[in-house]
Design a protein around this ligand. Structure first.
Ligand code: F6R
Length: 605
């Protein structure tokens, strides 16, 4: 969703801001803009559409040493040039870029209009620009504080002022904002990927914090105007991580990265001798771990589906009741928070508003919550009491792949730790550790079958509608398969428990509705075979994704996935559905990395 960049220093800000905006494209947006203070005036350029269209519209000789930029995902007001950011005050002096939503914007706008202000856009952000410009405070910082005192809502904002061209003032409340520290130059971004070419030394603002950023440094302070002590941290990110590196699409690049990234995630975390995992970041002693009686997993979309894989792993290995729920539902239903439940928030971005809100709700009611998060220093990571970083590296494609695999591996390690402080025997623990160790090599084996998977996917891409079915361990995989397929191909794909087909959906089966059946080699294989026979008897086409021991049965084609420890099978079964969705979308010639209507990180409600 919306992205922010900013620059102040001795270089020309324009190409730096534009490069930042290109890097933020993956988040999803509908318009973009920049504001530059050139010596005599502030110049603002906005365009509906792609960043390259904005770039093409800029005057050739545009220069300035300070500026801000934005990619907008429309919330208040339709997608128009006037509603794109930066938004400016009536006198053109103040320019603001904003991620988030100002809840009381309408009321403030009416008040300002009554005082004679006129508005050029329908955005909530323009209200902020007017409020800052109208403040009688002597400094930009005080004017911003004045304005913030009047608004309710969430924001990450960056502000420049024609009268104070030596600074950018930034503030954060509920939406991420990062300051990048350079040598006599400073950067602002809502997302690390926009900074990574310039610096690896960053400061994460906290909620309720503001900063004055000049070419030579920064000062952070609270809404109460007290200085806050912030030391830059070094980020472990390479520019290559956020580049295509010769690939046509980030989605495929990220799928192919999985053997190496999974290896990295497991490194140093497995304890073969005692058949357990080392998860120091959880900040939970064996005694703490033992004290929990239930586990509740909260995430959204695909993270929720992996949460279902996680809940099964915990039930199987730790024999604790565990379930997953969409954080987007949990947060709205006044949940009962139990003191002996371990809450687990799972999120790639660490910025998903629904999941972040659910975490706060748990904490507000005294619950204990740990995170499985990919982005280091993200909001959810920082709000949780402890957690497991996924170390998947940056994920740029909107459709999540490698981060989900890492979540599943993270859950397996958490289940192992919870199991080993209960009744999971050392030998069973060692069996799971051996299974985890083998995963990177086995993922490699699955990826080697890409040409065959691509062929099957090309065939499936012609179907208007598909079923993905699975049973128990296979069902969350089927859900993720349907999710990935619809996200990138825009085909209708639906997941069903194989056991539920006969209770209704079987009526839809005919030669035009193919089924992808996820069948691990486990105690339920025969039952799954029965479902496949039923589909086949009704002329339904079946693509089988199965372990080697599973017979072909009536399937029309088959993708074979190496066998793992039975509890870990879902982690491997999910890999072919990622490749399948990718290649089906490729056959259809779609914008795979930026599917329509979707954003990488859903930071609004
Ligand atoms: C699917 C997808 C989404 C995310 C969901 C949660 O490919 O990317 O369903 O899984 O929006 O996002 P995070 O994990 O960032 O909280």
């Amino acid at each position: 969703m919306c992205g922010i960049v900013g620059y102040i220093g001795s270089q020309n800000a324009v190409p730096i801001l534009m490069e930042g905006l290109f890097r933020l494209e993956y988040r999803g947006y509908d318009s973009a803009g920049i504001a530059i203070i050139s010596p005599a005036e502030t110049r603002v350029f906005r365009r509906v559409g792609r960043v390259r269209e904005l770039e093409a519209s800029l005057p050739r000789r545009l220069t300035g040493k300070v500026g801000i930029g934005h990619t907008r995902w429309a919330t208040h007001g339709p997608v128009t040039q006037a509603n794109a950011h930066p938004q400016v005050s009536g006198d053109g002096r103040i320019s603001v870029v904003h991620n988030g939503i100002i809840d009381n914007a309408t009321e403030l706008r009416e008040g300002l209009q009554a005082k004679g202000e006129t508005f050029g856009s329908e955005t909530d952000t323009e209200v902020l620009a007017h409020l800052i410009a109208r403040s009688a405070a002597p400094s930009l910082e005080d004017a911003v504080l004045d304005a913030l005192a009047q608004i309710h809502g969430t924001y990450a904002i960056a502000i420049i002022d024609q009268r104070h061209p030596d600074r950018i003032v930034v503030a954060r409340n509920g939406s991420p904002l990062i300051i990048g520290v350079g040598d006599r130059e400073m950067f602002i971004a809502s997302d690390l990927s926009a900074l990574v070419r310039h610096t690896t030394s960053v400061v994460h603002l906290d909620d309720g914090e503001l900063a004055t950023v000049t070419a030579t440094g920064f000062r952070t302070f609270s809404r109460e105007e007290e200085n806050t002590a912030k030391t830059p941290v070094s980020i472990d990110l390479d520019a290559d991580d956020v580049d295509l590196a010769g690939h046509q699409h980030f989605m495929r690049k990220e799928i192919l990265e999985q053997p190496a990234s999974a290896e990295r995630m497991l490194q140093g975390r497995l304890d073969e001798r005692f058949g357990t995992a080392r998860l120091d970041g959880l900040n939970l002693s064996p005694r703490d771990l033992r004290s929990f009686r239930r586990v509740k997993i909260l995430g959204c979309g695909s993270a929720y589906y992996v949460g279902q894989i996680g809940a099964q792993l915990i039930e199987e290995l730790a024999r604790m009741p565990a379930d997953a729920e969409p954080a987007s539902e949990f947060r709205y239903r006044n949940p009962v928070i139990e003191p002996d439940t371990l809450y687990v928030a799972v999120s790639q971005s660490g910025e998903t508003a629904d999941t972040a809100f659910a975490v706060r709700e748990v904490k507000r009611k005294g619950g204990q919550v740990v995170g499985l998060v990919n982005v280091v220093g993200s909001s959810i990571a920082r709000e949780c009491d402890g957690g497991i970083y996924l170390h998947a590296g940056p994920e740029i494609a909107v459709a999540s792949t490698k981060a989900l695999t890492h979540m599943a591996i993270g859950f397996a390690m958490l289940a192992l730790v919870l199991g080993r402080v209960r009744d999971l025997s050392i030998s069973d623990g060692q069996r799971i550790v051996a299974g985890l160790k083998a995963l990177p090599g086995q993922i490699e084996q699955i990826l080697a079958d890409e040409p065959q998977i691509a062929e099957i996917a090309a065939d499936l891409s012609a179907a208007e509608s598909l079923f993905f079915i699975g049973r128990v361990r296979g069902f969350p995989v089927a859900r993720e398969g349907a999710q990935k397929f619809k996200e990138v191909t825009y085909r209708h794909a639906e997941a069903y428990q194989a056991s539920e087909l006969k209770h209704g959906p079987l009526a839809l089966i005919d030669k035009d509705l193919p089924t992808v059946a996820i069948v691990p080699d486990d105690e339920l294989t025969d039952r799954n075979m029965g479902a496949i026979e039923q589909i086949s008897a009704r002329n339904g086409r079946v693509v089988l994704i199965a372990n080697p021991g599973v017979p072909d049965c009536a399937a029309d084609s088959r993708i074979t996935v190496p066998k793992s420890a039975r509890e870990l099978d879902p982690i491997l079964l999910v890999i072919p559905v990622q490749l399948m969705a990718y290649h089906a979308a490729r056959t259809l010639g779609l914008d795979i990395d930026k599917p329509r209507n979707l954003a990488k990180s859903v930071t609004v409600e």
